[in-house]
Design a binder for this molecule. Structure first.
Ligand SMILES: C[S@@+](CC[C@H](N)C(=O)[O-])C[C@H]1O[C@@H](n2cnc3c(N)ncnc32)[C@H](O)[C@@H]1O
Length: 338
């Protein structure tokens, strides 16, 4: 490095915090680029190397300067590259998102740039009394795609509950994408059951997935609220609440649990998996808790002991707590009826 550059670099280092902030900013520029490239269809259009002109035609771009500016960020962050005048995807994040299995990764980026950012953008005003956000029903589709991330984390825990068992019937409350039903089926094909979700867009997503996975004979997807779910199906050998308990107010949880216990078969298992209050020890849980405290219809992450004692009050026994990752407050609970 020549002396002139070294001096400017040293001047940057002299301003406390500037260098680490610039690094963080670069990471956020990458996230924002990937978001725009995904939402605009650019990543999809780049499934094969493509000239700028072909991209403009394919995507029917109306504002060329803005499109060029975005391509430039793609090149500067090394998410894109260009060879023989053709653009292609270079970065591993963009490559993974453009891949056939990239939907969950895309949803992580979408969640981060939309409702997670909104929660922080509005945190100051809301802390001082402004109305909480009222768009929970608009983000359900992204939440369900994002939440599929839970699948590989909890699979061994679910295996310990269903593998090698005789026929089991399952009720997955707040089924989201329906991944839990697929996981259970992969671990024990002798199952059938119901996935229930209150959000219509999410129900469409789950129905579509269950059909694509060839599981429509095994699982029905219902649209509805568990609190008023009048379906007579059951009793169930396993009822799951995956990433959903914080959608219920604290004062409603006792009734919810009793309702679910009534639907459990003797020796049936109630499974709860979610982020619990991390007391500043788990950044993912703490981040989610900001969203939970920002939107109407969500509640703060509860303490694990609170939920364990709720299950005991409802007469469930042999309660086991499962730690998935060291230092994480993302936990599983299994409790038995009778
Ligand atoms: C964070 S998502 C989790 C989805 C899925 N269990 C997963 O882990 O991927 C919570 C889901 O619960 C659904 N939900 C919330 N309250 C509900 C209720 N009272 N009855 C049925 N579904 C509900 C929401 O619509 C949402 O799709």
């Amino acid at each position: 490095m020549n002396l002139r550059y070294t001096l400017s670099f040293l001047r940057i280092l002299k301003i406390p915090g500037l260098y680490p902030l610039m690094k963080d900013w670069q990471a956020s520029i990458r996230i924002n680029f990937i978001f725009a490239a995904y939402e605009s269809g650019l990543l999809k259009a780049l499934s094969q190397p493509c000239s700028r002109r072909n991209l403009v035609e394919k995507l029917q771009i109306k504002r060329l300067e803005l499109f060029d500016a975005l391509l430039e960020v793609g090149l500067a962050t090394k998410e894109l590259a260009v060879k023989n005048e053709k653009f292609f995807i270079k970065g591993k994040r963009s490559k993974a998102i453009a891949n056939a299995n990239g939907d969950m990764l895309a949803a992580i980026i979408q969640a981060s740039v939309t409702y997670y950012s909104d929660a922080y953008k509005n945190a100051a005003a809301r802390m001082y009394g402004e109305e909480l956000g009222d768009n929970l029903n608009e983000i359900g589709e992204i939440v369900a795609r994002f939440s599929k991330m839970t699948e590989p984390i909890i699979k061994d825990f679910i295996a310990s509950l269903v593998r090698g068992k005789n026929h089991m019937s399952i009720l997955d409350v707040g089924c989201g994408s329906g991944f839990l039903l697929r996981s259970v089926y992969e671990l024990n094909s002798n199952v059938n059951g119901i996935g229930l979700d209150i959000d219509e867009a999410v129900v469409d997503q789950a129905k579509n997935n269950i059909k694509t996975w060839g599981l429509a004979e095994k699982f029905e997807i219902h649209h509805g609220n568990i609190s008023s779910f009048s379906e007579k199906a059951g009793p169930f050998d396993l009822i799951s609440l995956i990433n959903i308990l914080y959608y219920f107010k604290e004062e409603d949880r006792f009734d919810l649990m009793n309702n679910l216990c009534e639907r459990l078969a003797p020796n049936g298992i109630l499974v709860i998996v979610m982020n619990f209050h991390s007391k500043g020890k788990d950044v993912a849980a703490a981040n989610l808790n900001v969203v939970n405290n920002s939107l109407k219809g969500l509640t703060p992450l509860p303490d694990i002991d609170e939920i364990k004692s709720l299950l005991e009050q409802c007469g469930l026994s042999k309660i086991k707590i499962h730690q998935f990752m060291p230092g994480s407050s993302f936990l599983g609970l299994a409790a038995y009826k009778g």
